[in-house]
Design a protein around this ligand. Structure first.
Ligand code: RP5
Length: 171
């Protein structure tokens, strides 16, 4: 089994319900990953060390999952050249909008790719697309998954509770 290619970093163990969605999607695609907790505010030295060592450890993409004033993805990006995807978490009184702004509004020069609030599945799929650039097996699995999702939509529209549906010739 090859070492992990994706590192999922949670700002808190309380973010695990979101981080798990990324983990499950990566597992479905057969992509080795690791998951850990390191907080940009509570254990800043650990976040910096993890980001600095990540590339030498063989990681290709980092996913930072954090809520509230979510500095974690940005700090990972500041201390690594790897692509970083940020997942804002719906924790706190603002429902994750605070984290969404913190993750997306990065200053020029420190890029973080952001997905939607709790959008860890898309973070995993974006990581998979990056990895697929150099791994045809991952590309193949992504295409199969995508074809299955398309087929489900086409099947679902055949029966919409007896309502008059558009004919197949409409597409
Ligand atoms: C953030 O604060 C974490 O990412 C988490 O979403 C939020 C709350 O953390 P806990 O108080 O649950 O540890 O740093």
């Amino acid at each position: 089994m090859p070492g992990p290619l994706v590192g999922i970093v949670l700002g808190s163990k309380s973010d695990l319900f979101v981080g798990k969605k990324a983990a499950e999607s990566l597992a479905e695609l057969g992509i080795p990953y690791e998951i850990t907790v390191a907080s940009a505010h509570r254990t800043p030295e650990d976040v910096v060390a993890y980001a600095r060592k990540a590339q030498d450890r063989g990681l290709i993409v980092l996913i930072g999952v954090a809520g509230l004033s979510a500095a974690l993805p940005g700090v990972l990006a500041a201390h690594s050249s790897l692509p970083v995807i940020g997942v804002p978490v719906s924790s706190g009184t603002l429902g994750g909008e605070d984290a969404l702004f913190a993750v997306t509004q990065m200053p020029p020069g420190i890029p973080v790719g952001s997905v939607g609030i709790d959008g860890a599945k898309n973070a995993a799929l974006l990581a998979a697309r990056i990895l697929a650039l150099m791994d045809p097996n991952i590309l193949g699995r992504l295409k199969t998954q995508s074809a299955t999702a398309s087929e489900k939509i086409r099947t679902d529209r055949k029966d919409l509770d007896g309502l008059p549906t558009a004919p197949e010739e409409a597409f």
